[in-house]
Write a protein that binds this ligand. Structure first.
Ligand code: ADP
Ligand code: MG
Length: 394
């Protein structure tokens, strides 16, 4: 178990807290503040328990230079609006300078400040120890709560913990509990659903999960590479040439492990990659040469949902069709609805899968939706994330 902010007596202490305030901006208007709202419980806990809080985050890719369009100024304003507390935003082109150090030193219990986008400094993404030290000197304890960047070893996510002790905030605690427990201590049967576009990207995840799951369901764009590996013709469907051999290897490994491995039995294929393109449903051994598979068919939906109803834990990564187009969102929606209904722990990892669940309005019906796309994938691969490894154990 990792230490959390609840394991610290914050009286008279200063927290240096890494958040994920990487919000979408239109000019200086924040178009979606969910990441800011998600950080508030940890921030308010700290402020209410005697801590002074120095907040930091990256935003976008300023690539090591001060660029006003990536300033965190709008974030400071939004935190003030949401909490009704004041945020002392102390901008600096070099992120930490004397003005910032003075403001941090002057910060009292129950007060917070925000420093400028850590990626204004080239050292950040190189995990430069000098920059990490500068950040660490702004406080006493490092609070890691940015899961989305926890798979990156940067000065503000990893290096800083070489100088001051590190604990997790509530967001990371939740990710470790749900994503971690689902994978390492699941209630069985444990099913994983893998979809999305590229086999190659997800091979390490599938390989790791094959050691853990009872049922592995593969759908979406990556399933065509498996069909091809099995000798079917797939028309103009997505093919990951480099993934072909890997797919064959996975089919073999699944058999050896005794994992119930399921692929679609029918698909919806269209003339073109467009919502209004003419389309029909075909068995997987009869996909026409001039058509591309863009969704799973009705028989597959029944097969998959019947199987998922038997599961007690489900991890889902990757949509089962081109859910962005309404005509090819049917399969992804049906699976999302199934997960929303079943009596099981349901964990969604992956940016597009989370977007799909949100699109169908089923977000609050899932046990947990991971906030980190790449980070959740690496977690499912069984890798130790550098930004998590540095958090002290209880
Ligand atoms: P996640 O972000 O959840 O990890 P991915 O990024 O791997 O998921 O894949 C998501 C993308 O896969 C979506 O944009 C979706 O449209 C696409 N996709 C799913 N099925 C197909 C398909 N049959 N053909 C082409 N693209 C597909
Ligand atoms: Mg994606």
């Amino acid at each position: 178990m990792k230490k959390t902010i609840k394991d610290i007596d914050w009286t008279g202490k200063k927290a240096v807290m890494r958040c994920d305030f990487n919000v979408p901006l239109d000019g200086d208007v924040i178009t979606d503040d969910i990441r800011i709202r998600a950080a508030l419980p940890s921030i308010e806990y700290l402020l209410d328990n005697g801590a002074a809080v120095v907040l930091m985050s990256h935003l976008g890719r300023p690539k090591g230079e001060p660029k006003p369009e990536f300033s965190l100024a709008p974030v400071a304003k939004r935190i003030e609006e949401l909490t009704g507390r004041s945020v002392n935003f102390v901008p600096s082109d070099v992120v930490v300078d004397d003005k910032v150090r003075e403001a941090a030193a002057a910060l009292k219990a129950g007060e917070m400040m925000l420093i400028e986008n850590v990626r204004y400094r080239a050292g950040e993404t190189k995990n430069d120890p000098e920059f990490a030290k500068e950040l660490s000197e702004l406080g006493d304890i490092f609070v890691q709560d940015a899961f989305g960047t926890a798979h990156r070893a940067h000065s503000s996510t990893t290096g800083i913990a070489d100088y001051i002790p590190a604990v997790s905030g509530f967001l990371i605690e939740k990710e470790l509990k749900f994503l971690g427990d689902a994978v390492n201590d699941p209630q069985r049967p444990f099913a994983a659903i893998m979809g999305g576009a590229k086999v190659k990207d997800k091979i390490p995840v599938i390989t790791n999960l094959l050691d853990k799951v009872d049922i592995l369901i593969v759908g979406g764009g990556m399933s065509y590479t498996f069909f091809k590996a099995q000798g079917y013709s797939i028309g103009t469907s997505l093919l990951d040439e480099e993934g072909l051999e890997l797919a064959a290897g996975i089919l073999k490994k699944a058999e050896e492990k005794g994992v119930k491995f399921m692929l679609p039995v029918d698909v919806v294929a269209a003339d073109e990659f467009a919502n209004d393109s003419p389309h029909d449903t075909y068995p997987v051994d009869a996909i026409p040469d001039n058509r591309m598979g863009l969704d799973i068919g009705a028989e597959t939906i029944k097969l998959f949902t019947d199987t998922l109803k038997t599961a007690k834990t489900v991890v889902w990564n990757g949509p089962l069709g081109v859910f962005e187009m309404d005509n090819f969102a049917v399969g992804t929606k049906a699976i999302a609805e199934c997960l929303a209904e079943i009596d099981a722990t349901t964990v969604i990892g992956g940016g597009d899968s989370a977007a799909a669940v949100a699109k169908f309005g089923l977000g609050d019906k899932m046990t947990h939706i991971s906030t980190g796309g790449g980070a959740s994938l690496e977690f499912l691969e069984g890798r130790e994330l550098p930004g998590i490894a540095i958090i002290e154990d209880k």
